[in-house]
Design a binder for this molecule. Structure first.
Ligand SMILES: NC(=O)c1ccc[n+]([C@@H]2O[C@H](COP(=O)([O-])OP(=O)(O)OC[C@H]3O[C@@H](n4cnc5c(N)ncnc54)[C@H](O)[C@@H]3O)[C@@H](O)[C@H]2O)c1
Length: 366
């Protein structure tokens, strides 16, 4: 095993393992009734190496995180007559773990759940930290819970089948963690120079495990100080205020949206003063080598909607829509919004920004 990291939660601790996962050893046939929740693509690519529990399929991607997706899962739990000693094993990307974790955390007031994440983004972020959620009325993660998975088992062997687009999306969150952590982890990520390691070779596997373990260590240290996002955990929202708006409106991968949000947050920090001038070019070039957008305009450029002849960056209604979506963020209170401003690696400030200022900034920098 490469690493084991513990995440503390009010209702119990979560054990995160990073390394080669031996399903037979991790999931011995026992008397714990277990349902495996996954989606069609993961089943097609990796079905052969999954533990042989009864399987429930949910929709692929963000579509799973809906009221209908949740109801279908609860119905499957009902049909399986799951009692409070049962366990859910969610296998997939962040969409599967967010949905299955929420369904499990609410079924009979909460049953045990574990994650086998299969995307880079889920390994470094979505599966760790105990936030579960579905989307509601077009707004991301509006309904959810804080509840820690009993275990998170990260085997980087799953990552070799990911498309370059989805791998890059995971790198968006990795770069966010690297900026929060600074130091050796940021140097490690910069040292990759955009080269994607593969788990089918020893050095590639080691490199992937180091990327995943470093990101999880950064996130776990923050969550261990503040599980419920009452203080330091807000740091993890770096890039997400603008990012969530872009993700919902443009339908681009989560990490791409966060990347554009991250660079925009640095630009806003520059505009307000106190940001190291070298930070923006440094992070822009790091995003660029992974093909990640470093502005709202670039995010619009990669959106499926835009490619299909949808919105162009200079359309005023689009600026307005993105600006209002940013203003509707969950972190809003009254006429202000909590925002993480980066000044330098490992030097962040959480401040309350007037909504009018943020909306104007988004409109002007599109
Ligand atoms: N709970 C949290 O703290 C948290 C944090 C960050 C993101 N999220 C959520 O995570 C979601 C995004 O997660 P994601 O990026 O994993 O997206 P995803 O779950 O939609 O998966 C992305 C794509 O990868 C495919 N896929 C999954 N595993 C694969 C594999 N091994 N090989 C090939 N293809 C594979 C899926 O079929 C899908 O098309 C968003 O809903 C976001 O809000 C949650």
């Amino acid at each position: 095993m490469f690493a084991e990291i513990r995440v503390k939660g009010r209702q119990g601790e979560s054990l995160v393992k990073i390394g080669a996962i031996d399903a037979a050893a991790e999931f011995p046939q026992s008397d714990i009734a277990t349902l495996l929740v996954t989606e069609p693509e993961v089943l097609r690519l990796h079905g052969g190496r999954l533990p042989s529990f009864p399987r429930i399929l949910v929709a692929r991607g963000e579509e799973a995180k809906s009221v209908e997706g949740l109801e279908a899962l609860w119905s499957a739990f009902y049909e399986a007559d799951l009692d409070r000693d049962a366990r859910i094993l969610a296998v997939g990307g962040g969409a599967v773990s967010d949905l299955a974790g929420f369904a499990a955390s609410t079924w009979k007031r909460g049953i045990t759940f574990e994650y086998l994440p299969t995307t880079l983004l889920a390994m470094v972020d979505a599966a760790v930290g105990g936030k579960t959620a579905i989307d509601f009325r077009g707004r991301k993660n509006l309904v959810g819970s804080f509840c820690q998975p009993r275990r998170v088992l990260c085997d980087v062997a799953f990552l070799d089948t990911l498309s370059d687009l989805e791998f890059a999306s995971g790198m968006g969150e990795v770069i966010k963690h690297a900026l929060l952590a600074g130091g050796e982890y940021l140097s490690l990520i910069e040292g990759l120079e955009g080269r994607r390691p593969r788990a089918d070779s020893g050095p590639g596997r080691e490199a992937l495990e180091a990327i995943v373990a470093g990101s999880i260590a950064c996130k776990a240290a923050i969550v261990n100080r503040d599980e419920r996002e009452e203080g330091d955990r807000r740091l993890l929202n770096l890039g997400h205020t603008i990012g969530h708006a872009l993700e919902s409106i443009l339908e681009i991968p989560h990490g791409h949206a966060v990347a554009a949000g991250l660079a925009s947050a640095i630009r806003l920090a520059e505009r307000r003063g106190g940001c190291e001038p070298s930070l923006l070019p440094r992070i822009e070039s790091l995003l660029r080598v992974w093909g990640l957008p470093s502005s709202v305009g670039e995010a619009i450029g990669i959106s499926r909607k835009a490619r299909e002849g949808g919105p162009a960056a200079d359309e005023p209604w689009l600026r307005k829509t993105i600006a209002s979506a940013v203003a509707a963020d969950k972190k809003r209170s009254g006429d202000g919004i909590r925002f993480v401003l980066p000044h330098d690696p490992a030097a962040m400030e959480i401040i309350r920004i007037p909504l009018a200022e943020l909306e104007a900034f988004v409109r002007e920098t599109l």
